[in-house]
Design a protein around this ligand. Structure first.
Ligand code: G6P
Length: 581
């Protein structure tokens, strides 16, 4: 849940690391730090964001360095808890992404052997353990190799010492990618800080420890030398820049037609492994927005193919595993969500066949699942998921299409154009209602119920307004007590079997004084007259209406958050990749 960057090469490390950390701030941004090897170890670490305070880090000298941007788990965000952490001699520096679960016990032992701790973090035990091994071996690689078996939990580690001209890295259950440049080597949590310098990369696997210099990467796993494939990453540098948009989130919303189209084209019947072609039943495990795409998939697959779909929060599945069999699909844009990884491992231990859907090549989930489908959303920097959500739907809709014998194929071909039309929609009136609200309800039925859930999640994530999504028929079983002129309801009222009952629900809400903002189709003759604000969208097929109505809700959340002056791309307390339970 933190971002790490390391560099060894011919250029000054600090400016490269600082720029890299800024690109990784979506993984955490409550504090940051950089250490380089000058004559001794030089460092700079602070509470706050590196994007707002980079001057002293930039002045560090040296061709080898490591950096970290933090999302606090153990210890509040402050200067002392910021990484890098150092051993007692001040000659070894370390940054860490992950959680050391047995740190308390290790810390007790280290304290009893006379070590002095300067932070409250779980991470600091690692560097003191390395210090002890280094004193024996006088070799940083061997020291790290002897320490990692003592660690329980997840880690991507970067370690440097002013006695050695290299960086040692190690991974277990936290992402770590090595970028191979010309006489220089990078290590980072993902490709975004590396892309500017090289497109050649190797993804480390669990148990890997590597010794890295400017010209060589030597990787070992359990003592044996191993190689990892060199991949060419085709994301463009422009993808990780704002390109004239005020926020990454808006840029990524605008990239959705392309993301949907690219993913739809990349995924076809041959992409799906055999065990996905005709499943007797399906279980989906996911978290957050990915859970909502799973719920949309449930409605679409059950309706189109009459195949039962069970949906589970990954965080619940792992502790209360249901009796599960057959196909289990893990949906995770980051490919690193700890809960989803554990749920998939558990499904495998029950002899289920597992499929992962992710946006990140080389992410951990692809090593856990039997098969992986990569969507083509490109890098998503803003914490709130938008284009990754649409791309997940492209994969899942293709899967429904494939299982159902291509019943919905043609209509999806034009979906990207329908999404494009939505981008220009005028939401001024709806935004002004939302900005004045403390609570907002979102309602829908069928596949529009998860669209309502996702709309509400977007609103609370980035505007900090309390928003709840409900199946429209459930509002009268409790939440009606909360309706008032100060509590707007956003209703998805699209053509189909439930249109009539949605109209009745909306009238009930109006009768309780709630202002209703409705999303309906162009040419609806009834809806505009009974609601306060009517947002018309083009009349298309149900699958495409799911996509277009969702984009309206993303834009509504975005413009509301902007109007309230929120930090849209980096909402408080959240991170994009949640690698802790
Ligand atoms: C975090 C992100 C959400 C995301 C969820 C699941 O909470 O902020 O946007 O939906 O994790 O992430 P995943 O990578 O598994 O889809």
């Amino acid at each position: 849940m933190c971002g790490i960057v390391g560099y060894v090469g011919r250029r000054d490390a600090a400016p490269l690391i600082v720029e890299g950390l800024k690109k990784l701030e979506y993984r955490g941004y409550d504090s940051f730090g950089v250490a380089t090897i000058e004559k001794g170890l030089a460092f700079d670490k602070h509470k706050g964001r590196i994007s707002e305070n980079d001057q002293s880090a930039l002045s560090l000298k040296g061709k080898i360095g490591i950096g970290h941007t933090r999302w606090a788990t153990h210890g509040v965000p402050n200067d002392a808890n910021a990484h890098p952490h150092f051993d007692c001699t001040g000659t070894i520096a370390l940054v860490h992404n992950g959680i050391i679960e047995n740190y308390a016990e290790l810390k007790r032992e280290l304290n009893s052997r006379g070590h002095t701790f300067r932070s409250e973090t779980d991470t600091e035990v690692i560097v003191h353990l390395i210090e002890e091994e280094y004193a024996k071996k006088k070799d940083l690689f061997l020291a790290v190799q002897n320490v990692v078996p003592k660690l329980e939990g997840s880690y991507a580690l970067l370690v440097i010492s002013n006695n050695e001209e290299r960086m040692i890295v190690a991974r277990n259950a936290s992402p770590l990618v090595i970028g191979i440049g010309d006489g220089e080597t990078f290590a980072a949590s993902d490709m975004t800080p590396i892309l500017e310098h090289t497109e050649r990369a190797m993804f480390l696997e669990d148990g890997d420890i590597a010794s890295i210099s400017g010209n060589e990467v030597a990787i070992y796993n359990h003592g044996s030398r191993v190689t990892r494939p060199l991949e060419l990453i085709d994301w463009s540098l422009e993808d990780v820049k704002k390109g004239g948009f005020a926020h990454f989130m808006l840029k990524e919303i605008y990239e959705q037609p392309q993301a949907f189209y690219n993913t739809l084209r990349a995924v076809n019947s041959e992409t799906f492994p055999d065990f996905v072609h005709n499943p007797a039943s399906v279980t989906v495990v996911a978290c957050g927005s990915s859970y909502h795409t799973g719920l949309i998939f449930k409605y679409l697959l059950e309706e189109s193919c009459r195949i039962p779909v069970r949906l589970e929060f990954a965080s619940e599945f792992k502790y209360y595993p249901p009796p599960v069999e057959g196909l289990v699909i893990g949906i995770t844009q980051s490919g690193e969500t700890a809960d989803t990884l554990i749920a998939l491992k558990q499904a495998k231990s029950h002899n289920c066949r597992t499929l992962a859907i992710t946006n990140i090549l080389g992410s951990s989930v692809s090593r856990v699942a039997d098969a992986t489908i990569f969507m083509r959303a490109g890098p998503e920097i803003s914490v709130a998921a938008t284009k990754s959500f649409i791309a997940q739907l492209a994969v899942l809709m293709q899967m429904v299409n494939n299982i159902s014998g291509r019943k919905c194929g043609d209509m999806l071909i034009h979906a990207h154009q329908a999404i494009e039309e939505i981008l220009l929609i005028d939401l001024t009136n709806a935004v002004s209602v939302c900005t004045g609200a403390k609570d907002i309800f979102y309602v829908g039925r069928g596949p529009f119920y998860p669209v309502a859930l996702e709309g509400a999640l977007k609103m609370k994530e980035i505007s900090y307004i309390h928003a709840e999504g409900y199946a429209a028929g459930e509002l009268k079983h409790g939440p009606f007590a909360l309706l008032s002129p100060e509590t707007p309801v956003i209703a998805l009222c699209l053509p189909g079997d439930t249109y009539g009952v949605m109209i009745s629900n909306i009238k009930e809400m109006k009768a309780r004084g709630a202002p209703v903002i409705a999303i309906g189709c162009d040419g609806d003759s009834e809806l505009p007259d009974i609601v306060d604000i009517f947002i018309p969208i083009p009349r298309t097929s149900p699958f495409v209406l799911v996509l277009t109505s969702l984009v309206v809700l993303q834009l509504l959340a975005y413009y509301t958050a902007v109007a309230l002056g929120r930090d849209v791309d980096k909402p408080r307390n959240l991170a994009k990749s949640v690698t802790v339970e």
